[in-house]
Design a protein around this ligand. Sequence first.
Ligand code: SF4
Length: 390
Amino acid sequence: MSNLFPKFSRTRDGVNVVMEQKLLQQTSNLILNSETCTGCGICVEACPEEAISLGLVGAVRRGAVSPVDDAPVSVDAETCSYCGVCVIMCPFQALNLEIDGEEKLPILENEGFPEYDMVTTIDDEKCVRCTICDEICPRDAIDRDVPAYEGAEDGGVGRQKAITAKTEFIVDDEKCNYCGICGAICPAIDVKHKPFTAETGTVDGEVVWDEDLCDACTVCVEACPEEAIKVERTVESKKLPGTVAITEECCTCTWCSKNCPEEAITVEKIFEGEITFHAEKCPSGCSTCVEVCPCNAIYLPTPKPAKELKRELEPVIAVNKDFCMFCGACVNACPGEDIIVLKRTGIRVKGKETDLFNKIKAKLLTPRTSQVREDPGEVGKVQLKALETA
Ligand code: SF4
């Protein structure tokens, strides 16, 4: 069989849609994770071959029946040149390029394209390993590696190890009569008696204390009938041991950095811009933008009681701009017209800004809004329109 001419296929493998090109001895696969893909459409505008089209985004995607095409975007396996630009530009890590089974991005390796300059740092000195960033991150992009403690998990680390502290255990030999009460009630204390002999005719010994087992509860101090024990604990650091890191799943929405109680996190959004919601045009009860927003930035405002409205219209939808990373998924999903207006003003990248990148950048920086597509063959799809023609 000749391999001189490329052969193409597009298949489904679980959640992945796999585009394949076989040419000479080389097999290239572009793999789209249909669940990770948010429908932001950045790849559609980035693709130099116009091989990607926006599919069904948001609520209209429910009930899509094609076994291959129920992803928010669709890649034409034949038009695709397997350049990997879409992989680099996808802010959600939904695309991968494999060449002969290995993840590769030759265009990046050859410095023919820049990549996002992700600023996602955690200051280890300031971070106390609390749970806030881990719980709040809408992309599951926080890797919190902190040991489980006893009580939380079988075989967990002793709770006294949760903080760094210095404990001092002092026994007054003058007062102690080696009665053994402290040793009987606490596993950290062992009262060792010397052999009882008629020669001395007294009880003597030593109180041995194990710092690792002591949690400074001071029950020994309270129980000692001779008031011979003193326990002093100095806390040196209240931070938990372990590490917290931001993974590559981060889309720079900044939920974590804005909520870190220690101000330990720095995140810079990869896009700069502005987003405006014209909530007065929004049909109530839709909320498809809330559903698709990968940053949890869009919300349904709490209804105001009628008596407080004073002839105002109550907004049905709103965005918290702090958390919007200007990906555009909501614009693509919105079934209404001119409700959401997105204006990107900058892209944070590192590496050489090549001509190809600058062409893509110009497209991504074109302000856009949504409009209903009137094509009866593509019911439910929306198309973007440049703002100038809106
Ligand atoms: S690999 Fe290149 S040509 Fe293929 S879909 Fe992605 S950007 Fe377009």
